[in-house]
Every structure is written in structure tokens, then in C-alpha cells.
Ligand binder design. Structure first.
Ligand SMILES: Cc1ncc(COP(=O)(O)O)c(C=O)c1O
Length: 349
């Protein structure tokens, strides 16, 4: 640390992203990327863009915002595009949490939430999941704090129904409820329709997973227009040109091809079922996922050991510590990747 580091920096434990190895080619099932390519229009959009890169991008991301609004059946004033959904989450923490308003979220969830809380000087009020890794609804009723829930939840893949989410949202009329729907397209129920009914609900979404655009960095949030205006205030106080021209163009192309992505997320769900079948046949346990990943374990073997042995064989999965230290998180890949993974697991076990 330099002599100039602020006291806030001194206590930060930054977020550790999943490995993105550049040394050799792995069967890469560690960071929940899509196994399928972006839709064909994305390839055309990239080719056309170079000539426009001389100019600044549209700070309002108007075309992208309109395409997302149309896709979701909301108005453009209810949508704000961001540089990945991490940025939307950061903006939401800045906008809706402060020293008097902690952020409340589960102990097992997306690892960036505690980091955002620390970086923005906000107290994190952490609620343990139950023994089956389910969110306890009662922990979030009348919270009196800003509620942050990933649905489906990160790392577990378990989803709450829209009806249960509505109970939480309705019981917190005086606090913002941030619902992170990074994985919702893989079989869970979205809360976007509830944004028309509740002025405290901000839904955060990404094209990184179901949009097959992780490297483009396209995220967005959806909510009542006053909430979106608050997020906009943060954005224009931080990085007005937050979504680059290239990202806007590919995001727009993807948002317009609903049919392609429905087909591919459907395929992902089928592959997830095949993966779970393979894990079961190997005597492994796994949590019931509505995401494009599965958290799995084998009794008698640590998650760390499974992760390392798979890596030696060229298959990259993710391992976390804490309550899920026994598990590995496996991204749902193509059928071929799943077969390679299960063959390797068979040899290891
Ligand atoms: C639950 C959850 N939210 C948000 C993100 C951030 O995604 P991105 O910034 O790529 O949109 C991730 C990424 O892994 C995630 O798992």
C-alpha cells in the first residue's frame, strides 16, 4: 500500500473475480459464462462500429435502453443501462445505502455485496441462509434497511418465487429492495412486472450470462422512474459515458433477438438437467439450481481438492470458502463440456 492510501482503502478486501487464465485452453466452467455464441446480429454490429469509435458514445444509451424496455414490456424511463451489472449494483449501493441505512443480504450470495458495502462505508447486515441454503423470508420482512437479494441466489442457484419476493418487497415500503436477476433467465420468475406496482423495487440485470456478452459489459436496472432518476444522478456524478459504443450496439442487437436467446437459455436448462443427472450418477449431491451453474459436492472429499484435481485435468470450476467450502460451483457448459467434466470426475472419484 502506498503512503497516500486513504483509511478506507486500508481496510478493503477487494472482490476476487474467477480465474480468467490466459496460459492454456481449459474446459472453462468457472465463471458462469454462456456456452453459446451471441446472436448473429451481434457479429454484424461489431463490424459496423469501428468508424463510430472516434466520437463519444451516447451517454443515455438511448437505443439500447429502448430495446431493453421493449423486450421487458416497460417504458424507457424505467431502464438505465450500465457497464455490466456490477456497475448497476454499485450505483444502487451508492444511491440507497448510507451510514444510517445498512444493506441487508444473505451470508452466502454474490461476493461483491460485502465489498460494495465496505467501499461505500455502509454497514452490511448479513442474514444466514437456513440449513438447506434457502433464504428465510422472515429475515427480510420489515427490514428497515436496504434489502439486496440475488434471485436466483448466487453460488446456491436456488430461486424464490415471484410471490415470495413480492412479500418481501411489499413489507418494506420505506426501503429500497434491490433484486439482482443476473441468472433469472435460466428458469426463475422475474420481478420486473412488480416494478410497475412497487416504487421501492429496483431490478438489476445483466447480458453477461443469458445474453452471452460477458466480455462486452452490458448491465441495466429497471424500476420506478424516480428510482431510475436517483441511479442516473449517481451515474452522472461518476461516469456519464458508462456504456461504450461497442457495448451499446451489441447489447441492442442482443435485446432485439428474443427468440434466439429463449432457445439458448432453454438449451442451457436441458444441459443443466444433463449435468445434474451426471452428478447424481457419480453419487454427488447438488443444490436445486435455477441458474446456469450447479453447486455440487462429494461426501468425503473437500471442495478444494475436487477443484484442484479437476484443474490438473484441464477443467476449471469455482471453489469458495465459508459455508460452501465442501462444494464446487460448476457452470453449465455445452453437452461436450459436461461430458468431459463428468468423465474427469469419474476418474477422480
Ligand atoms: C449474482 C450476480 N450479480 C451480478 C454479477 C455481475 O455481472 P456483470 O457485472 O458481468 O453484469 C454477477 C457475476 O458473476 C453475479 O453472479
Amino acid at each position: 500500500m502506498s503512503r497516500f492510501a486513504s483509511s478506507r482503502l486500508a481496510v478493503l478486501s477487494p472482490y476476487v473475480p474467477g480465474e480468467q487464465p490466459q496460459d492454456k485452453k481449459y474446459v472453462k466452467l468457472n465463471t458462469n459464462e454462456a456456452f453459446f455464441r451471441p446472436c448473429p446480429a451481434v457479429f454484424d454490429a461489431v463490424g459496423e462500429i469501428a468508424g463510430r469509435l472516434r466520437l463519444y458514445n451516447d451517454p443515455e444509451s438511448s437505443r439500447l435502453t429502448d430495446a431493453i424496455a421493449r423486450l421487458l414490456g416497460v417504458e424507457s424511463e424505467n431502464v438505465l443501462a450500465t457497464n455490466g451489472s456490477d456497475e448497476a449494483l454499485a450505483f444502487a449501493f451508492m444511491a440507497f445505502c448510507d451510514e444510517n441505512t445498512p444493506a441487508r443480504f444473505p451470508d452466502v450470495t454474490y461476493g461483491f455485496y460485502p465489498v460494495f458495502a465496505a467501499v461505500f462505508g455502509v454497514k452490511a447486515h448479513i442474514m444466514p441462509l437456513d440449513e438447506n441454503f434457502n433464504i428465510k423470508l422472515s429475515d427480510y420482512m420489515n427490514a428497515g434497511e436496504t434489502v439486496v437479494i440475488a434471485n436466483p441466489n448466487a453460488q446456491t442457484g436456488i430461486a424464490l418465487s415471484r410471490a415470495d419476493m413480492e412479500k418481501i418487497i411489499a413489507s418494506n415500503p420505506n426501503n429500497a429492495v434491490i433484486v439482482d436477476e443476473a441468472y433469472v433467465d435460466f428458469g426463475a420468475e422475474s420481478c420486473v412486472p412488480l416494478t410497475k406496482k412497487y416504487d421501492n423495487l429496483l431490478v438489476v440485470r445483466t447480458m453477461s450470462k443469458s445474453g452471452a456478452l460477458a466480455g462486452a459489459r452490458v448491465g441495466y436496472c429497471v424500476g420506478n422512474k424516480e428510482l431510475i432518476a436517483d441511479i442516473k444522478t449517481v451515474k452522472y456524478s461518476f461516469n456519464p459515458y458508462n456504456v461504450g459504443t461497442m457495448a451499446q450496439a451489441v447489447g441492442e442487437a442482443a435485446a432485439r433477438d428474443k427468440a434466439y436467446y429463449e432457445k439458448m437459455t432453454g438449451q442451457t436448462i436441458k444441459n443443466r438437467e444433463a449435468l445434474c443427472g451426471g452428478l447424481k450418477a457419480l453419487g454427488m449431491e447438488y443444490l436445486p439450481s435455477k441458474s446456469n451453474f450447479v453447486l455440487a459436492k462429494k461426501a468425503g472429499m473437500s471442495g478444494e481438492e475436487l477443484y484442484s484435481k479437476l484443474k490438473e485435468k484441464g477443467v476449471l470450476v469455482r471453489h469458495f470458502g465459508g459455508r460452501i467450502a465442501d462444494y464446487i460451483r460448476i457452470t453449465v457448459g455445452s453437452r461436450e463440456e459436461i461430458n468431459t467434466l463428468t468423465d474427469c470426475l469419474k476418474e477422480i472419484l
